[in-house]
Design a protein. Sequence first.
Lengths: 326, 276
Amino acid sequence: MRFLARRLGFYLLTAWAAITLNFLIPRLMPGDPVELLVARMKGNVDPAAIDAMRRAFGISDASLWQQYLNYLGNLAHGELGRSITFFPTEVSTVIADSLPWTVGLVGVATLISYLIGTALGVIMAWKRGTWLDGVLPAATFMHAVPYFWVALALVFVFGVTLQWFPVSRAYGLDVMPELSGEFAQSVLYHAALPAVTIVLASMADRILGMRNVMVTTLGEDYVVMAEAKGLTSRRVMWSYAARNAILPNITSFALSLGFVVGGSVLTEIVFSYPGIGSMLLKGVENEDFPLMQGIFLVISLAVLVANFLADLAYVVLDPRTRQESE
Amino acid sequence: MKIKIGAGILVFFALMAIFGPLLIGADPAATSEDGLQGPSAQHWLGTTQTGQDILVQIVYGARISLGVGVLSALIATVLAVAVGLVGGYVGGAVDEALSVLTNIFLVLPALPLIIVLAGYLPQRGVASVAVVIAVTGWAWGARVLRAQTLSVRRRDFVQAARASGEGPLRIVFYEILPVLLPVIATSFLATVVAAILAEAGLSFLGLADLSTVSWGSMLYFAQNGQALLIGAWWWFIPPGLCIALIGTGLALVNFGIDEIANPRLRTIKAPRKARA
């Protein structure tokens, strides 16, 4: 398990870097964030909010080192300060309320996009030279499209023009958020367009990446050997070629997660989906620095966890990483 | 073929950004009585709510969007070259530290970080937005360049330079750097596209300089002007399409290069088909 231990060590280091970066940003950026806020609000700030902000930033006359230790101590207790937008609610409460929506939407959509995209890549590599190659230009185009623009287009076509799907909120105004079939139905119905946006915008990368690796793998001797033995096409395609081609695909998938999450943040905003992407926008609009920073931290940690899960999948699929420990 | 189409698209947009505003002459911010009109002979791409001509905005927007993209890619590439080449050549603890730094920036989600950084900017001008995007966008290039440097440093001419007593800085920047120029150019182009996307996202949130017209700020005003609900498709389609086309152009160039390097990727009728 040396592979996993090394990766875990790296993620812990990265988590520390994200936490420290979060501490340094308000101190390194030009100007005092609190005064910046007061200036932008032209003085119309609740003194209690100013005080809360100073405390949230931990900006005091103490030495930088002491401030850092205080910050780490607060963080260890899950304290991210108080939100200015939702004063006096704790930032951690705001995030806890919105995070499940994001994890549900982005997690499921990313998984669907990964599975479909990878499978399509495998099939397109196997059947290259046929009409399936016609998908390539479309995939090349989709791979460069901004997420929020896909979202706008879907809202326009399926939301406004055809009126097939709702274009905002996570569930209907007429249902109560409770454990009922009706509520679940409403949630799925409302998640349809945002999920399709994320799937469409992120799938092209998987198709193109998997196809390229797969084409290279198909030229390997063991694939030719498998065919020569008279194995069925399906077996050669999935058990011999795809099984090996998927390893670099998982690595590139893990690296693209940050990008997918960034795109999903904007997607949520287009659909007014009540996840942390929309909260981030609220934080930005209201100069709510504690909320913005808390959300950045949570998103970063979530991406790290997702990366670690991808590593676990890698270990399951690649026996070599397991042999290392022997 | 792919390279030609891709390069054609990139050159088209570059020319549009440089010369377009001179040719078109109109003011992108100028309003008129003809609000929210669809494409017509007078306004080829229609008008916004306040009667601004969308085509004029697209042409001027190209300048800001590409300008921010190129400026921030320049900064990011300088960072990537410094980190990648030094790490790859020096090796040891320095390389170890720079690699960890690179990998950290690769894993951290860039857009949320850019949003937070931009939130703190006292003034959100074109230059400061470009710097913020560059700070988060150098890691990929650094990683690629480090790997390339590792292979180049073992070559004979580098050994010869070292034997003849050249200093490490000179070797890195005068001997190794020129050999890596094609790789640097590719990574620069990829960074331009990533930066254009980041700028669009930032402007769309209203976090960039909204007094200048960029493709992102056009989308911001389209979204806030309820373009979708009014059905003004001509308002939000062109800016996104331009961004996607630039990305497509770059991808075509990259795929074309890949196909030269790896002939199997070409989409010709492969012999395998006969059996399948």
